[in-house]
Design a protein around this ligand. Sequence first.
Ligand code: FES
Length: 169
Amino acid sequence: MNTMSLSKESIEKLQELKDKFPDRRTAILPALHVVYDQFGYVGDEQLKEAAEVVELPYVELAENASFYTMFPKKPVGKYFIQVCTNLSCALLGADSLVDYLLEKLNVKLGEITPDGLFTVVTVECLGSCGSAPMMQVNDEYHENLTRERVDELLEEFRREGTKKGGPPS
Ligand code: FES
């Protein structure tokens, strides 16, 4: 089986979306979720396939995928770490937190650690400015970060991520 292709389940879900939303553009966001849930990222090939199933122009899916930073465009580690570097977070040390993470994990921005566990990226404001500095890891926010808290979190993720079955998505 081509692992880059949509699964039967994903195709069925996309077909349901197509039937459910007469105004097809309403299906864009849920369609991106279907692709993301299967692959952990939304790449061009997957979007082209999904666009055909939901009968939407590929470019509309691709534009929306670029707009929403929670959808990585290429494969990422099991823990996708998005650090906000906008004003409030920057004022409270986001940049040095990013450097700390990269140094600790020994990767560059956007790379996957050799153990497949982590990818770090920087993102625009995630709407949690009152709890700066903060980062989103997969679906969860981690706020009021310090280096100590980052150490604890990485430790937790490592424990969880190397368990059989890996982390929850
Ligand atoms: S500036 Fe970081 S969450 Fe808003």
